[in-house]
Design a protein around this ligand. Structure first.
Ligand SMILES: [Zn+2]
Length: 121
């Protein structure tokens, strides 16, 4: 009787463990999705600011090249963050990543590039 109870408990425990694992995966996936959506909206905001600054500069208004360059630098930074986030979500999904050294497409799970030996992640 006690043996059967243990078996039931062990079965239950593994069901709970795998459910917890799934919840964790779904959570990290949705967190990444939210972060990317936030980043995308910030990026769009900077594109709008850039358009406005360019317009004002063209009209001989208040915008200076320094302001425009600062916005462009921020956009470049945001795009790099977005790229890094997309690369890491590809790794999580087990897809492919591009080797930063030789440009070869490498399986997301690989630690080293099979083409040039660069350490990935
Ligand atoms: Zn490589």
């Amino acid at each position: 009787m006690a043996g059967m109870f243990d078996e039931t408990m062990n079965g239950l425990r593994s069901v709970i463990d795998s459910a917890a694992k799934r919840t964790q995966d779904a959570f990290s996936g949705s967190k990444n999705y939210v972060e990317r959506a936030k980043l995308r909206s910030t990026l769009n905001d900077y594109y709008r600011r850039l358009g406005k600054a360019e317009y004002e500069a063209a009209m001989g208004g208040v915008s200076s090249m320094a302001e425009i360059n600062a916005i462009i630098a921020k956009i470049t930074e945001l795009r790099q963050q977005m790229y890094a986030m997309e690369q890491s979500s590809k790794v999580q999904r087990g897809g492919t990543v591009t080797c930063p050294t030789c440009g070869r497409l490498v399986s997301g799970g690989d630690t080293f590039c099979p083409g040039c030996g660069t350490k990935l992640q």
